[in-house]
Design a protein around this ligand. Structure first.
Ligand code: HPA
Length: 248
């Protein structure tokens, strides 16, 4: 059933469709793990076949802890994708990861709980212990970085993504602990997506868009949602520029 797809994108908060996808078709994929968050849109971008899936659904109805990560990743693989980019809204912890920064993390710490984290946990499945020392594919990160540089989009190369359960934001104490642990960014959707991609031997990298300072990292007493959305909208504009340049 699958034809080659040059690149697949999983859009996070603020990215519900991919601008410029031509002659797009919608694929409602049924998977052994249930339904993906929405149909997968497959179209052409700069002469290449690109797939797009909205992680929270196109009208953002699925919270981070309810996303069917397994169905999403499986559907993209099934349609022929071998390279996947996850776009994730995050809070910034490290001093150079302030609002509107675009970062390409290179490490993850997983603080999530009660999510279905593996394709191996169904009866009869082969048990796989993937190597996850480097959770993101180095070659894909390098391509993203080179593309960003070519089009003049500033990105922070590297950083540790701390994945929290959500949907609530974190306490200051939780963020202080995450900082001590070595986290530079905090988000709710980076895991188990990255690990599931590795189980299916997909190349996978993350474009993290900083929406706000994480709790206690900025001057604000509280994190304001309108500000999160304004920052995200500004940072999201970088994504099609980087991706289009990468496909050139
Ligand atoms: N914490 C967790 N996830 C997030 C945040 C945050 O501060 N901002 C955007 N996604």
């Amino acid at each position: 059933m699958s034809r080659h797809i040059d690149l697949a994108l999983i859009g996070g908060t603020g990215l519900y469709r991919f601008p410029g996808l031509e002659a797009a078709e919608r694929h409602a994929v049924d998977t052994p793990y249930g339904h993906p968050s929405d149909s997968v849109v497959v179209g052409r971008l700069g002469g290449k076949r690109v797939a797009f899936l909205a992680r929270h659904g196109e009208s953002h109805t699925i919270p981070p802890h309810r996303v069917n990560y397994r169905a999403n990743v499986w559907a993209l693989h099934h349609l022929g994708a071998r390279r996947v980019i996850g776009v994730n809204a995050v809070g910034g912890i490290r001093a150079d990861m302030g609002p509107r920064v675009v970062a390409l993390p290179d490490q993850i710490i997983d603080y999530t709980s009660e999510r279905l984290t593996s394709f191996c946990d169904v009866a009869g499945a082969e048990v796989k212990h993937i190597d996850f020392s480097e959770p993101y594919t180095a070659a894909l990160r390098k391509d993203l970085l080179a593309a960003a540089t070519r089009v003049g989009v500033a990105v922070v190369d590297g950083g540790c993504y701390g994945a929290t359960q959500g949907p609530r934001l974190e306490t200051r104490a939780e963020i202080a602990r995450m900082r001590r642990d070595g986290c530079d960014l905090v988000g709710m959707t980076g895991m188990p997506e990255a690990a599931l991609a590795r189980e299916l031997e997909l190349e996978y990298a993350c474009i993290a868009l900083v929406a706000n300072w994480a709790a206690g990292c900025g001057d604000e007493a509280e994190i304001s949602l309108p500000e999160i959305f304004a920052n995200l909208e500004a940072a999201t504009a970088a994504v099609p520029r980087i991706v289009t340049a990468m496909l050139d």
